[in-house]
Design a protein around this ligand. Structure first.
Ligand SMILES: Nc1nc2c(ncn2[C@@H]2O[C@H](COP(=O)(O)OP(=O)(O)OP(=O)(O)O)[C@@H](O)[C@H]2O)c(=O)[nH]1
Ligand SMILES: [Mg+2]
Length: 444
C-alpha cells in the first residue's frame, strides 16, 4: 500500500507568499523531470524552474524546487519539494498536475511522519513530539515537544527496555541450563533489577501529570458569586471580549473557555456562572457546571465583590483552597480594608474594569502555572497512551517479582518489556498506528 508517491501542501492553508508542496516516494524524481524539465537535479540544492502542466505544456508557475534522494531524508524515501507562489490558482493548478501524474496520490494526515516511523527515522514518541510541535501554542509547549522530537522520551523508555531484556536474557540462560551448575544468585540479580526498574517507573509516573497538562493546557476555573466580575476578569486576562458582561446578576450560564499563553505556559481559563440559589432551571444547570469545573480545575480564581467587603459570599468562600488565587474585584469603587484574607489565602484587591492590581494577580497565576508545569531534568510523559503502557509494564514487573517459578517470572518480564516496546513502537503497535497518525495534519 505504501509504495505510491504521496504529495501534499505542507505549508498552511489559504493564500500566502510561498506554498510548499512536498512529495515522498519513488516517483519524486520523475515529477521534477516531468513538471520542471529538471532531469539531473543536484541533491539538496534549490533549482529555479518553470513548472508546466504536462498535458497542455502551459507554464503554471516559476518556482524553486529541491530534490532529496533517499535514504537520508525525513521519510527515508526519495523526496522533493516545490516552493511555489502561494496563490490559490497556482497551488490548485500544480496539485491538479500532480494528481494527473501516474503513481501519485494525495497524502493522508500524518502520512509523511508515518513513513518516517515505518522506515525507522523516528520512534513513536518522537513522531508524537512532531505532532505536538506543529500544534504548540506556547514556548513551554514548544520546548517539551522539541525534546520529545529529539528522542529524549524514547531513549528513556528504550533504555528501560534494554535493562529488562538484559535481565530476561540472564533468566532465560538460567532456565536453559537448569540441570547444570550455574553461578548462584542469577534469580536474585534479576529480581533486584526488576525492583529497581519498578521504582524508576513509579517515580516517572508520579509527575503530577505535568507533561500531559503542559500539552493540554493548565485548567483554570474562575468562580464566585453572581455579578462579582468573573466575566470581566476573564476578558481582562485574555485581553479580549470573550464573555458577555452585564450588570444583571446571572448573566453567564455556560462555561466559557479561553486558551491563553501566560509567560509561555498554556492555560485554558474557564468563566463560569455565579454561584447562588436559583429557581431558574437554566441558571441552575449553569451553576452545576460551574461547580463541576471548579472540582476538576488545576487552579481556581475565586472572585469576590470588594464593595461588600468584609462581607463575603459563603458559597464561593467554601471553595477556596490551596489551589485558589483569591481576588477582591471592583477595588476601584472601594478599596477593601486589610487584613485581606479569605480561606487562609491572600485576597488581591483588583479592578477588572480599570486593570488596577492585575499585575499581581497575573504574577500569582504565573507562579501557580510554573509550580505545576515546570519541566525538570528528565523528560515527561505527555500522553495517556504512555501512562497506560507504563502501568502495564509495572504490573508485569510486580507479577514477575511474585512469581513462583523462574518460567513464570520470565514470561511476566517479557510482557513488561513488551509494554515498554509499545510506547516507542518497537513491538506490536500495528493496531495503534492509525489512531496515532490520524491526529496529524495533512502534509506532516
Ligand atoms: N466598578 C467596577 N465594575 C465592575 C468591575 N468588574 C465588573 N464590573 C461590573 O460588574 C457587573 C458584573 O460584571 P460581570 O463581569 O458580568 O460579572 P460576573 O461575575 O461575570 O456576573 P455573572 O455572570 O452574572 O455571574 C458589570 O456591570 C461590570 O461592568 C470592576 O472592577 N469595577
Ligand atoms: Mg459572568
Amino acid at each position: 500500500m505504501n509504495n505510491k508517491t504521496i504529495y501534499a501542501v505542507s505549508s498552511g492553508p489559504g493564500r500566502a507568499g510561498i506554498a510548499v508542496i512536498r512529495m515522498s516516494g519513488p516517483d519524486a524524481a520523475s515529477v521534477l523531470a516531468r513538471l520542471g524539465r529538471l532531469e539531473k537535479p543536484v541533491p539538496r540544492r534549490m533549482h529555479y524552474v518553470a513548472l508546466r502542466d504536462p498535458a497542455s505544456d502551459e507554464v503554471l508557475d516559476r518556482a524553486l524546487v529541491v530534490w532529496f534522494p533517499k535514504p537520508d531524508t525525513e521519510t527515508g524515501e526519495d523526496m522533493a519539494e516545490l516552493h511555489v507562489h502561494g496563490g490559490r490558482a497556482t497551488v490548485d493548478g500544480i496539485l491538479a498536475a500532480l494528481a494527473a501524474c501516474p503513481g501519485l496520490r494525495l497524502a493522508e494526515p500524518g502520512e509523511f511522519a508515518r513513513r518516517s516511523f515505518e522506515n525507522g527515522k523516528l520512534d513513536l514518541t518522537a513522531a508524537e513530539g512532531l505532532a505536538d510541535l506543529v500544534n504548540a501554542e506556547t514556548a513551554a509547549q514548544r520546548r517539551q515537544a522539541l525534546r520529545q522530537l529529539d528522542g529524549e522520551l524514547g531513549r528513556l523508555y528504550d533504555g528501560w527496555r534494554e535493562r529488562l531484556v538484559a535481565a530476561l536474557a540472564h533468566l532465560e540462560a538460567a532456565i536453559d541450563f537448569a540441570d547444570e551448575d550455574l553461578p548462584a544468585g542469577i534469580e536474585e540479580r534479576v529480581k533486584r533489577e526488576a525492583t529497581a526498574l519498578d521504582r524508576d517507573i513509579a517515580a516517572h509516573l508520579a509527575d503530577g501529570h505535568r507533561g500531559e497538562r503542559l500539552r493540554d493546557g493548565l485548567s483554570v476555573a474562575i468562580i464566585g458569586p453572581p455579578n462579582s466580575g468573573k466575566s470581566s476578569l476573564l476578558n481582562r486576562l485574555s485581553k479580549r471580549d470573550a464573555a458577555i458582561v452585564a450588570a444583571v446578576a446571572g448573566t453567564t450560564r455556560d462555561v466559557i473557555e479561553v486558551h491563553m499563553d501566560l509567560g509561555g505556559y498554556p492555560l485554558v481559563i474557564a468563566d463560569t456562572a455565579g454561584l447562588r440559589d436559583s429557581t431558574d432551571a437554566i441558571e441552575r444547570e449553569g451553576i452545576r457546571r460551574a461547580r463541576a469545573r471548579a472540582a476538576t480545575a488545576d487552579v481556581k480564581i475565586a472572585v469576590f465583590d470588594a464593595t461588600e467587603w468584609p462581607k463575603i459570599d459563603p458559597a464561593a468562600a467554601e471553595l477556596v483552597d490551596d489551589d485558589t488565587v483569591v481576588v477582591l474585584n471592583k477595588a476601584d469603587v472601594s478599596a477593601p480594608k486589610p487584613p485581606l484574607e479569605i480561606g487562609g489565602r491572600h485576597a488581591f484587591p483588583v479592578s477588572a474594569l480599570t486593570g488596577l492590581g492585575m499585575d499581581l494577580v497575573i504574577a500569582a497565576l504565573t507562579a501557580e502555572a510554573e509550580k505545576r508545569l515546570t519541566v525538570s531534568g528528565s523528560p515527561l510523559l505527555t500522553r495517556e497512551r504512555h501512562r497506560l503502557s507504563l502501568e502495564d509494564c509495572r504490573a508485569g514487573l510486580e507479577r514477575a517479582l511474585a512469581a513462583n517459578t523462574v518460567e513464570l517470572m520470565a514470561e511476566d518480564l517479557r510482557l513488561a518489556a513488551r509494554a515498554l516496546g509499545r510506547i516507542t513502537g518497537r513491538v506490536g503497535v500495528e493496531d495503534l498506528l492509525d489512531v496515532i497518525f490520524r491526529d496529524f495534519c495533512i502534509g506532516k
